[in-house]
Design a protein around this ligand. Structure first.
Ligand code: HEC
Ligand code: HEC
Ligand code: HEC
Length: 129
């Protein structure tokens, strides 16, 4: 009984450690509880990855204010650029909207219950070239 209990506990702990150790942003393999995030194009983001994980909304929300109210326009934190790098294509080579359920912007947001209205106005794919 004690042995069984311990081994059950052991399994439980191993799971906890695994879950805690799995960095948000690394493909979660077969665990359906964690978002699967495909890396963007190139080898780095516009800011360090850990900063982007935590603060990406600050950059784009902030820029929206500056862009809309003060006429400042930089491309470093442009929403269009985010999509250029983070969009995926399907088997036919067509862009998949960035806010589709399994796609970059939605993978975490669904997981974290974040709702955002940006794509009511903004394009979800790069302009077709
Ligand atoms: C009601 C329509 C609308 C909504 C909703 C909206 N935007 Fe915008 N946004 C605009 C317009 C119009 C511009 C200026 C034209 C342009 O640059 O596309 C703009 C510009 C921007 C820019 C600067 C240009 C660029 O492409 O980088 C950013 C960044 C941005 N919006 C982010 C956001 C984010 C993030 C959200 C969601 C939190 C959002 N917007 C929601 C209409 C909207
Ligand atoms: C030049 C291409 C490029 C642009 C532009 C870009 N990204 Fe990235 N982004 C990447 C790459 C590559 C990574 C993964 C880096 C790594 O693995 O360390 C990444 C990582 C991220 C992450 C962390 C994902 C994770 O694994 O947890 C977030 C969030 C993110 N980007 C959001 C954005 C947003 C929002 C924008 C627009 C302001 C943006 N990115 C613009 C290439 C880009
Ligand atoms: C690594 C996971 C992850 C990825 C990838 C990601 N987000 Fe987020 N995002 C979050 C989390 C978590 C929050 C909520 C943070 C909070 O409430 O403090 C959030 C919040 C936001 C918000 C603020 C919503 C609001 O109104 O409060 C915006 C805007 C946003 N994300 C845009 C984007 C865009 C655009 C992309 C794709 C280019 C993206 N995010 C990709 C995790 C992610």
């Amino acid at each position: 009984m004690t042995v069984r209990l311990l081994s059950r506990l052991g399994i439980g702990l191993a799971w906890l450690v695994l879950l805690a150790a799995a960095p948000l942003g690394v493909a979660a393999g077969d665990n359906p509880l964690l978002p699967t995030i495909v890396p963007g194009k190139g080898d780095k983001c516009v800011e360090p990855t850990d900063v982007m994980r935590r603060d990406h909304m600050e950059f784009i929300l902030h820029q929206r204010d500056e862009t809309m109210h003060r006429g400042i326009r930089t491309t470093r934190h442009s929403l269009k650029e985010c999509i250029e790098c983070h969009v995926q294509t399907d088997d036919q080579g067509n862009y998949i909207p960035i806010n589709d359920p399994q796609q970059f912007c939605s993978s975490c947001h669904t997981y974290a219950s974040v709702k955002m209205d940006c794509f009511q106005c903004h394009a979800t794919t790069p302009e077709q070239k």
